[in-house]
Design a protein around this ligand. Structure first.
Ligand SMILES: *[C@@H]1O[C@H](CO)[C@@H](O)[C@H](O)[C@H]1NC(C)=O
Ligand SMILES: *[C@@H]1O[C@H](CO)[C@@H](O)[C@H](O)[C@H]1NC(C)=O
Ligand SMILES: *[C@@H]1O[C@H](CO)[C@@H](O)[C@H](O)[C@H]1NC(C)=O
Length: 572
């Protein structure tokens, strides 16, 4: 009896003072500790657990909600969790996004903001919704850090409960090299197979004079880049085209396949520049992603579409998707269907149809069942506030059975911040729970110093290539003259596209470290030996007594589906 009581008291103390908990009164059981940061807050018994929760009402701005100051250490990572329930809906905005956000105030007075956890869309009928995520404290000391609930339209009242912020002590700093073991092991097991060489020789040949070279000529893992069609198509830009043709096997048009580009005025199609570029790329063996059938953020929608509603809007969207998939059938392997739907819901709101995002997939899948359809979103790998929300979205679209193939993770890393491979893995692990392939669709990062940038690109690329769920990686540019984030994101510079330190590092990874080229002396290796090779197309060369035996040259390919590929070499 006494023991039970002790356990009960101990357990209750654990709940009240959870180890490492940075929030006070996260259960909203009493007044105090929380700042209202909204016109009206009150304790209510409409709670998630315990006795009370906090109701926030009479808001005038979307960012208003209960807040609390916390103390964070530079560069450390914090897990965030909380519950929120909407008390009413807003008919014009079906897709309410709710978040736990964090505000950093520097000693200069400058403020920066980050999303720590998000959920969308949320309706009153969803009841209590769990927000989960993580955020990184800035590298520099901050004067104050404030965590707060925010999100729905100001006309929506809500209740919050059971909030928590704890340091993720298991996440090492980016400079802690322990992540390399993990990514190297995935690269070894996932990106390579055995090439088993079996040599036989005619009598009288001296085996000690035989040398065998196994050299990879092409990689099969998709490494690509965004391509700017007007630049690619310009006669004078052969150096830009050559760089793409020489170094990448996948590409994605930057803007020329977006709806405003192909139909800026209703009924006037303009697929010419995109098709010219795609045909050029394909003639060099480069595969192409389609980007993007629609884009749900208002700024990305051309005025004539924004003026439509109801059936007229539905018909226009359907016609656009059918026309586009008809024209690009067989030319593109993928389509991003509804770009950045985590961050924009214009079509759903305009049509008062929260499930219109699923309808877009149905239309695209019916129009071209052979093309692979993708979600594509940002801030899901570069930071951890939206990662859980993206997983939830992917699960919903997948279970609706509307033709979803994979998740695009854009991966525009935060400017000047060292991408943390430990966190990239953590976020990819979470997204991989959807059970569908992940493509890194728009990767880039920024650092003013090119050697620092080289380190950042290497860490990020190793973390991405070294994750088993990742099927392909595309950069969002490489050339200082054409990069949307400018010279500080670039890999090559100037009129000759000369690789800088970051470019040399990336090319070394892609074309040296992650490709195979081995030479074996039969005197050392014996007649049977194994080469662990990266997937792709190979040549095998035989040298006998110092001379290349062109008659014995072989070509072969190894793919991820083969554990071992056997090659017989008969020297006569
Ligand atoms: C909320 O606002 C309404 C109208 O704007 C006002 O009548 C009411 O008194 C306010 N309630 C509280 C609790 O501030
Ligand atoms: C797309 O192709 C189908 C089949 O050829 C055709 O029936 C349809 O009219 C085309 N749609 C558009 C918008 O081009
Ligand atoms: C590039 O980075 C340097 C150093 O951080 C900075 O001074 C410069 O303004 C940046 N340039 C651009 C174009 O962003």
């Amino acid at each position: 009896m006494l023991v039970t009581l002790f356990i009960a008291v101990f357990f209750r103390m654990c709940i009240m003072y959870a180890y490492g908990e940075l929030l006070k009164n996260g259960g909203f059981e009493a007044e105090g500790d929380w700042q209202c940061f909204a016109p009206h807050c009150e304790l209510v018994t409409n709670k998630h657990t315990g006795q009370h929760a906090m109701k926030i009402s009479n808001r005038t701005h979307f960012f208003q909600g209960a807040s609390q100051f916390i103390h964070v250490e530079p560069s450390k990572t914090y897990a965030v969790s909380g519950y929120i329930k909407l008390l009413n809906d807003q008919p014009e905005h079906h897709s309410q996004m709710v978040t736990m956000a964090v505000e950093f105030t520097y000693s200069s007075g400058y403020k920066s903001y980050d999303t720590a956890a998000a959920h969308a869309p949320v309706l009153k009928s969803d009841g209590w919704v769990h927000l989960q995520g993580e955020f990184g404290a800035p590298r520099d000391h901050v004067k104050t850090t404030r965590i707060y609930f925010q999100g729905p339209h100001p006309s929506v009242d809500f209740v919050v409960d059971d909030a928590s912020v704890t340091e993720m002590t298991s996440v090492p700093l980016p400079t802690d090299p322990s992540w390399r073991k993990q990514t190297d092991s995935v690269i070894h097991s996932k990106r390579m197979s055995n090439i088993q060489i079996h040599v036989s020789a005619a009598p009288g040949l001296n085996r000690n004079d035989v040398q065998i070279r196994v050299v990879q000529k092409k990689k099969s893992f998709p490494f690509g880049t965004v391509v700017n069609a007007p630049v690619y198509n310009r006669e004078s830009q052969s150096k830009y085209r050559d760089f793409i043709h020489n170094h990448f096997n996948w590409a994605v048009p930057e803007g020329r396949l977006k709806w405003p580009a192909v139909e800026g005025h209703q009924g006037h199609d303009n697929f010419g520049p995109a098709l010219k570029m795609i045909n050029g790329l394909k003639s060099h063996g480069i595969k192409v992603r389609g980007h993007t059938l629609v884009w749900s953020s208002q700024f990305a929608i051309q005025p004539w579409v924004q003026a439509l509603s109801g059936d007229k809007l539905r018909q226009a969207v359907e016609h656009h998707i059918q026309l586009t998939t008809n024209i690009t059938h067989g030319l593109v392997e993928h389509w991003d269907v509804n770009n950045e739907n985590l961050h924009g819901t214009w079509y759903q709101d305009r049509l008062h149809d929260p499930d219109y995002n699923l309808e877009l997939f149905r239309i695209a899948h019916r129009a071209d069942p052979s093309v692979k359809l993708f979600l594509n979103d940002n801030t899901v790998v570069r930071s951890g506030g939206f990662t859980q929300a993206y997983l939830d979205m992917a699960r919903k679209v997948k279970s609706a059975n509307v033709g979803l193939y994979g998740m695009g993770v854009q991966s525009h890393f935060i400017a000047g911040r060292d991408p943390n491979p430990h966190l990239i893995k953590l976020r990819l692990d979470l997204l991989a729970q959807a059970g569908i392939p992940i493509w890194v669709t728009e990767m880039d990062l920024m650092a003013g110093d090119e050697n620092t940038r080289a380190d950042y690109y290497e860490r990020a690329l190793r973390a991405l290539y070294g994750h088993p769920a990742v099927e392909g990686i595309l950069l969002w540019g490489f050339w200082d003259q054409r990069h949307w984030r400018g010279v500080n994101a670039s890999l090559v510079q100037g009129p000759d596209l000369t690789p800088n330190a970051a470019g040399r590092r990336v090319l070394d990874l892609l074309e040296n470290q992650w490709m195979t080229d081995e030479t074996h002396e039969l005197s050392q290796s014996g007649d049977r030996f194994t080469v662990r090779g990266f997937h792709g197309d190979y040549e095998l060369h035989v040298r006998y007594q110092g001379h290349e035996r062109n008659d014995l040259k072989q070509t072969f390919s190894i793919s991820p589906s083969q554990a071992t590929h056997n090659v017989n070499v008969h020297i006569h």
